[in-house]
Design a protein around this ligand. Structure first.
Ligand SMILES: Nc1ncnc2c1ncn2[C@@H]1O[C@H](COP(=O)(O)OP(=O)(O)OP(=O)(O)O)[C@@H](O)[C@H]1O
Ligand SMILES: [Mg+2]
Length: 364
């Protein structure tokens, strides 16, 4: 839907009817066209209504002045520099004397001088968004419950099978037959290890003050040991960030699962100059699980690998979904589980050459 609207918007920019960009007035969402200095070049009628400003006053402003949103400013620079196909940010639009309005802002690059970027702002109904978040959380909880029960059901008889195979091994008259009992024992151990991984998220978190950069440094050294000299690991830290309240071990597991996937994808695809960037920044005024936080930690794990395969892109956080030979498809499910226990959110944006996992965690 968003993609279709964007395509329409792009077409309308490219074929302005007489009188400039009047075609954009047909769109129900607010559209702002900006130049390379992020100065507003044009705004459609929906944008005039949203900001309660005339086209003329809008054209006197830059995006920074109109929206005063640091995350958005940064995103505009990124879209231009990294030629993202588009980026979306949820944010609030405030106008004096009116409650802030929540919008989803989609930024798309344009190459129609003087227009360099197109911003489309769609008003999000608060209730719809809350309902959607609740549905996703319920679904994730139901999945976890199912997995937990299934894992218990498998684990119990597994111990018996392994024990019986061992007893049998001692009784075998011909040692060459041990080959078969060993298969039973080894495969039981493999299943046991898988079940243990499925059951781990349910130990209660041990909450303490955590420096996220210590977490990242630990992940860096683990990856460096696992993939020696194979991948460039780039630190891009905002060291002024305060500590967060969390479980140190779980947070290491989250970042490690995400970054290890990136490393595996880079190596498997034979990406030239493979690199993983670990970036931390502060995000302000963030809503997570219906709660508003003045400050949150935004952690990006960025790689220049092949991207997530199309056929699983929408389902990567589901259990047992894997695009990798020998993968169990649990790494991201666990990561999401731990992030949710920290009242945070994890999402992903991926295309060939650039995959970004964004983890938001409340601070304070
Ligand atoms: N950065 C990435 N680049 C390309 N593909 C990725 C990336 N991250 C995840 N994926 C894809 O998502 C799939 C799911 O990842 P997940 O970590 O949940 O499971 P897994 O890596 O297959 O198995 P496990 O982590 O349990 O050993 C991966 O198999 C891979 O296909
Ligand atoms: Mg994995």
């Amino acid at each position: 839907m968003v993609a279709r609207k964007k395509a329409i918007a792009r077409r309308l920019v490219q074929t302005p009817v007489s009188g400039g960009y009047a075609g954009l007035d047909l769109l129900p969402s607010a559209v702002l066209l900006v130049d390379s200095g992020f100065q507003i070049v044009h705004a459609n009628s929906a944008a005039e209504n949203l900001f309660e400003l005339s086209l003329r006053s809008l054209r006197e402003r830059t995006i920074s002045r109109l929206l005063a949103n640091v995350a958005l400013d940064r995103m505009l620079v990124e879209v231009v520099e990294q030629e993202w196909s588009h980026r979306t940010l949820e944010m609030e639009v405030s106008t004096p004397g009116r409650d802030p309005i929540l919008v989803a802002c989609v930024v798309t690059p344009a190459h129609q001088p003087p227009v360099r970027l197109l911003l489309e702002l769609q008003v999000i109904d608060q209730r719809l968004r809350a309902a959607r978040e609740e549905r996703i959380a319920e679904q994730a909880e139901a999945n976890r419950e199912l997995i937990r029960n299934l894992a218990h059901e498998i684990k119990n008889p597994l111990g018996g099978i392994r024990g019986a195979a061992q007893l049998l091994e001692h009784e075998l008259p011909d040692p060459s037959l041990k080959e078969y009992t060993q298969v039973i024992i080894k495969e039981s151990d493999r299943l046991q290890a898988l079940m243990d991984r499925m059951l781990t998220p349910h130990r209660p978190p041990r909450i303490a003050s955590v420096n996220i950069h210590e977490v990242l440094e630990r992940v860096r050294s683990l990856l460096a040991a696992e993939f020696p000299g194979q991948i460039r690991l780039i630190r891009d830290y905002d060291t002024s960030l305060p500590d967060l309240r969390g479980d140190f071990e779980q947070l290491i597991q989250v970042v490690l699962n995400v970054a290890r996937n990136a490393a595996q994808a880079l190596i498997q695809a034979g990406t030239p100059l493979p690199e993983i960037r670990l970036r931390t920044r502060a995000a302000r005024q963030v809503t997570l699980h219906k709660e508003r936080y003045r400050l949150a930690l935004e952690l990006h794990v960025i790689d220049n690998g092949p991207g997530i395969p199309d056929e699983i892109r929408e389902r990567i956080f589901y259990p047992l979904v894997s695009g990798r030979e020998g993968g169990s498809g649990l790494g991201l499910t666990l990561a999401q589980s731990f992030v949710q226990q920290h009242r945070g959110a994890i999402e992903c944006d991926s295309r060939p050459g650039l995959t970004v996992f964004k983890i938001l965690l409340p601070l304070g």
